[in-house]
Write a protein that binds this ligand. Structure first.
Ligand code: SIN
Length: 329
């Protein structure tokens, strides 16, 4: 009798400890670091993800969003992710060169004619394979997120490639983008996004390339008198995490987090499509910067000047990948 009672007491004590333990289990924190403003496709996507996770996973998972390079800038975030200091980021596809050459594909000038072609390629088997291209380096792509096509902003009007000759342009950390500006006889400078406004304002550089949403939200248009609507490339993002973190999540939590992420990405993509039009119009309405449209003949000159870059990187990227991406147009 005495032994039975003490057994019951012991079992009850263990279950109480377990129940209390799980009730007080520390929540999983996902720090999401990015470099852009909150009123951008990526900023809106990150905030949506945070809200969906809060709604569905309560206090089991907490998402903390750090916009505007508050936590990490471009050059540090992937290292920090591998060290476990941040769990989620969505750098531009131009910023993975140290980890894979395949993603350089997206920097080839005039590869995609519009965002529909980008989307079509990314949904294809080859596009999906690229999400896994850095697994051996400890990083895993969870999805693509759009921003938009790139425009050239400058301190002087750029109508034909010769107008860019000798000018200094800030670029993201990409050798393809460096080659693109070298093909124009211009000077490319790899600089973090957080420094671009000051570099333009102080005239340390003459120009830069970016999407309408980034040019608007970071006020580049206030310090750049001309923007050429060149649509010569794309800024798209890889939503990325560390393989160790991702595989270490309990299965049910990982499933719910991925679902919330997919929905947030779909929302971010709709914001991207809307901002490509509305932020362009806001810039035009501001009258701070003149938007220059190209004639077909002028555009052909830019294509002719920049396209030789493709053959330089064909070996690193792979001809089959380039062909597959181009055929999505
Ligand atoms: C971004 O959109 O995340 C930044 C792009 C850039 O570095 O120009």
């Amino acid at each position: 009798m005495f032994r039975t009672v003490s057994k019951i007491l012991a079992v009850t004590a263990v279950s109480t400890v377990l129940a209390v333990g799980s009730a007080f289990a520390a929540p999983i924190t996902i720090k999401f670091s990015h470099v852009v403003a909150e009123n951008t496709p990526k900023g809106q996507m990150a905030n949506k993800f945070k809200d969906l996770v809060a709604e569905r996973l309560g206090d089991k998972v907490i998402v903390e969003v750090f916009p505007n390079s508050q936590l990490f800038g471009d050059n540090k975030v992937l290292e920090a992710m591998l060290l476990g200091d941040v769990q989620l980021a969505a750098p531009s596809l131009s910023k993975f060169e140290r980890y894979t050459k395949s993603l350089q594909l997206f920097d080839l000038p005039f590869l995609f004619k519009d965002m529909a072609a980008v989307e079509k390629f990314q949904k294809s088997a080859k596009g999906q394979e690229l999400l896994k291209s850095m697994e051996s380096k400890g990083l895993i792509g969870l999805g693509y997120l759009h921003n938009g096509l790139k425009q050239l902003s400058s301190s002087k009007p750029l109508k034909v490639p010769a107008d860019a000759s000798g000018l200094k342009f800030r670029i993201m950390t990409s050798d393809v983008l460096a080659a693109q500006f070298e093909a124009l006889d211009a000077v490319p400078l790899k600089k973090p996004f957080s420094e671009v406004f000051t570099l333009l304002q102080t005239k340390a550089i003459d120009g830069q390339e970016n999407t309408w949403s980034n040019i608007y939200s970071k006020k580049f248009f206030e310090v750049q008198p001309y923007i050429t609507e060149s649509n010569h490339g794309v800024i798209d993002y890889l939503v990325v995490t560390s393989t160790e973190f991702w595989k270490g999540l309990p299965d049910d939590i990982r499933g719910e987090v991925k679902k919330a992420l997919d929905e947030a990405i779909a929302f971010g993509n709709s914001v991207a499509a809307e901002k490509a039009t509305s932020d362009r119009q806001r810039i035009i309405d501001s009258k701070r910067s003149k938007v220059l449209e190209l004639t077909d003949a002028e555009r052909d000159q830019w294509v002719k000047a920049m396209k030789p870059v493709w053959s330089k990187f064909e070996k690193d990227i792979g001809k089959d990948l380039i062909d597959a991406a181009y055929s999505s147009n």
